[in-house]
Design a protein around this ligand. Structure first.
Ligand SMILES: [Zn+2]
Length: 265
């Protein structure tokens, strides 16, 4: 739970209870989470400190009753609450999370108020192996995107924008979206490298320019990497593999692996 509060991005979820059993009393309301401490970045102090999770009692009318109907929707556990998290060092900085707690199967609502036997008779919709999840459905203030200055120095204006968008997509837990941006950066930076290689004293300038011209027409980058090896200066050929092809393959294999993974879930 502590790790989840510290590191989870927007819409990231985590199982907090596996294999739910009749009689379970955990995670039925937000008080379960009250006072949890976790590491988080304090923007006031510009360093990571300990934050403590508090609840907004003014907006939660259902506190006090052990299990409240409003925590369920169609017999699924399903409620959201605002966690007000305060930096324990400066006591000023606050971070707000909208936390969504839900089950993936139907659960009985009257746990703790009747005996297990009455349960089994009265509530037949308890399903085995139900899990309870928590999800960060909102984060305020938004997580600051930390751009690596060393990487940024290398990038042109367009790629700087892609880099920022990629990091932002990552912080919103949109990994495939981020990969799309990073892939564009790698492709475009590889093209920069090809142009730099062309300007080296021993490279075959005419042949490499021909490959670049073909690319301009077809926009098919792979043909450049496949064909450039023979035109590289001898110093680059002597490593016995095509360094540009290696970089290109790295970025495509990662992307396709992610895509296949996405399709399989
Ligand atoms: Zn602080």
């Amino acid at each position: 739970m502590k790790d989840f509060l510290t590191t989870a991005g927007l819409y990231e979820k985590k199982v907090i209870l596996e294999d739910y059993k009749v009689g379970n009393k955990k995670y039925y309301d937000e008080q379960e989470f009250e006072d949890t401490t976790f590491d988080y970045y304090c923007q006031e102090e510009e360093k990571t400190t300990t934050f403590q999770l508090g609840l907004n009692y003014a907006t939660n009318s259902s506190f006090g009753s052990e299990i409240h109907d409003s925590y369920f929707k169609n017999d699924f556990l399903d409620f959201s609450f605002t966690a007000v998290c305060t930096c324990q060092s400066c006591k000023k900085e606050k971070v707000y999370f909208l936390l969504h707690v839900y089950s993936d199967k139907k659960l009985s609502q009257k746990i703790g108020t009747v005996t297990d036997e009455q349960f089994r008779q009265g509530y037949r919709y308890d399903e085995p192996n139900a899990k309870i999840y928590i999800e960060k459905a909102g984060i305020f203030p938004e997580v600051k995107i930390k751009v690596d200055k060393e990487i940024n120095k290398f990038l042109d204006k367009e790629n700087k924008t892609f880099y920022f968008k990629g990091l932002k997509a990552l912080s919103n837990n949109l990994g495939v979206g981020a990969l799309g941006y990073f892939r564009r950066i790698v492709e475009s930076e590889l093209m920069h490298i090809v142009r730099e290689v062309k300007s080296l004293p021993n490279s075959d300038k005419g042949a490499i320019q021909k490959l670049l011209d073909e690319y301009e027409k077809s926009k098919k980058v792979s043909s450049i990497y496949e064909n450039i090896y023979q035109f590289l200066p001898l110093s680059l050929q002597s490593i016995n593999y095509n360094p540009l092809m290696l970089l290109y393959n790295l970025r495509t294999s990662q992307f396709h692996r992610r895509r296949i993974f996405r399709q399989s879930i």
